[in-house]
Design a binder for this molecule. Structure first.
Ligand code: F6P
Length: 373
């Protein structure tokens, strides 16, 4: 009888994003070549416990999923495994659940578990690691808010979708001489708004990282009008705080511990209309940013992450998370990755370039020095 192959497990946790299937494919295919079987746990961490839910994954099963959006093994960002990080503190997972998950791994002969997730899911992975489970992490999120990696996969695809939306809003805004406000995702980080705002020719970009007010926003609109440009594109991050400091929440479904952000676009649009008496429309891009095929950048990044995660397991380097340190893929302790969220640096070259072009962040731009001589 042939010897049984060692087994790798994989799960995808938190909000989905383009590129998850590319990671799954890379784990299965590269693992197969190193002599591993792979099983996928369904619906995130929930698949590890009562009822245990898993499916065998082999190169045939993952054929043709490289470009597929979503995740073929499902995901969850609510339920028994919910570990808050970010603006809130980490929540400890019930030790009985962790013990049940560890038992599942033992019973299924899993020698390494790949946990693909954002800050919340990786914080759970860290707790699994501290509980003695052989886990490695892969960072995913459209929000790009994980500090230990230059980029998470999913971000580039979300930016591409938001940029496409701005391209489309541009023509209708110009035709009707309107102010169009586009609300994009990103939670408490403004990466999507900043990058899409630059790529899509936004005129005003409102970020969680920069305090702004309506006087400056309206001044940007009227300044454009004075230049003969009778339309304005405003990009607002869902986590951008209103003047006064409050963020806008989209209600609570009671199933999770983190509040849902959303609605700031309507507030901004309403106030611009009220102050300037102009026609303003708000568009919430929402989950379109999370769906569909990954960009080429995300396919390449996700594939490298998956293959590197298998290498970490092969070398017994548990408790580590793969990361992107251009031009290489490297790894860091998961604990380091979840302890520091990555926010837009207000002095970064991207922000400075935007300001140089006259893009308003709804604030007083810092003074720039003139050339001597
Ligand atoms: O973290 C990814 C993300 O899409 C955020 O940008 C957004 O705030 C949140 O998830 C939305 O979550 P849900 O799909 O649960 O509404």
């Amino acid at each position: 009888m042939p010897a049984r192959r060692p087994r790798i497990g994989i799960l995808t946790g938190g909000g989905d994003c383009p590129g998850l299937n590319a990671v799954i494919r890379a784990v299965v295919k590269s693992g197969h070549r190193l002599g591993y079987e792979t099983v996928g746990f369904l619906r995130g961490y929930e698949g590890l416990v009562d009822p245990v839910a898993w499916t065998p994954l082999d190169p045939t099963v993952v054929a043709n999923i490289l470009t597929l959006g979503g995740t073929i093994i499902g995901s969850s960002n609510s339920g028994r495994f919910t570990a808050l990080v970010g603006e809130n503190d980490r929540v400890a997972i019930d030790p009985k659940l962790l013990t049940a998950a560890a038992t599942t791994l033992e019973q299924l002969r899993i020698c390494g578990l790949v946990c693909v997730g954002g800050d919340g899911s990786l914080s759970i992975a860290q707790q699994c690691h501290e509980h003695g489970m052989p886990v490695v992490g892969v960072p995913k999120t459209i929000d790009n808010d994980l500090g230990a990696t230059a980029f998470t996969f999913g971000f580039d695809s979300a930016v591409a979708t938001a940029t496409d939306a701005l391209d489309r809003l541009h023509t209708t805004a110009a035709s009707h001489e309107r102010v169009m406000v586009l609300e994009v995702m990103g939670r408490h980080a403004g990466w999507i708004a900043l990058h899409a705002g630059i790529a899509g020719g936004g005129d005003v970009i409102l970020l969680p990282e920069i305090d702004w007010d309506f006087d400056h926003v309206c001044r940007a609109v009227t300044a454009r009008e004075a230049e003969g440009k009778r339309y304005t594109l405003v990009v607002v991050a869902e986590g951008a705080r209103l003047p006064g400091g409050a963020s806008v929440h989209a209600g609570d479904d009671g199933k999770r511990r983190q509040v849902r952000l959303g609605g700031v676009g309507e507030v901004v649009a309403g106030e611009i209309a009220r102050r300037l008496g102009r026609e303003v429309r708000a568009v919430v891009l929402g989950h379109l940013q999370r769906g569909g095929a990954p960009t080429t950048f995300d396919r390449v990044l996700a594939t490298q992450f998956g293959a590197h995660a298998v290498r970490l397991i092969h070398e017994g380097r548990f408790g580590e998370m793969v990361c992107y340190r251009p031009p290489d893929i490297a790894s860091v302790p998961i604990a380091a990755a979840v302890s520091r969220l990555s926010l837009v640096d207000v002095g970064s070259s991207a922000v400075l370039a935007a300001r140089s072009l006259g893009i308003s962040f709804g604030d007083d731009p810092p003074a720039t020095g003139a050339c001597a001589g």
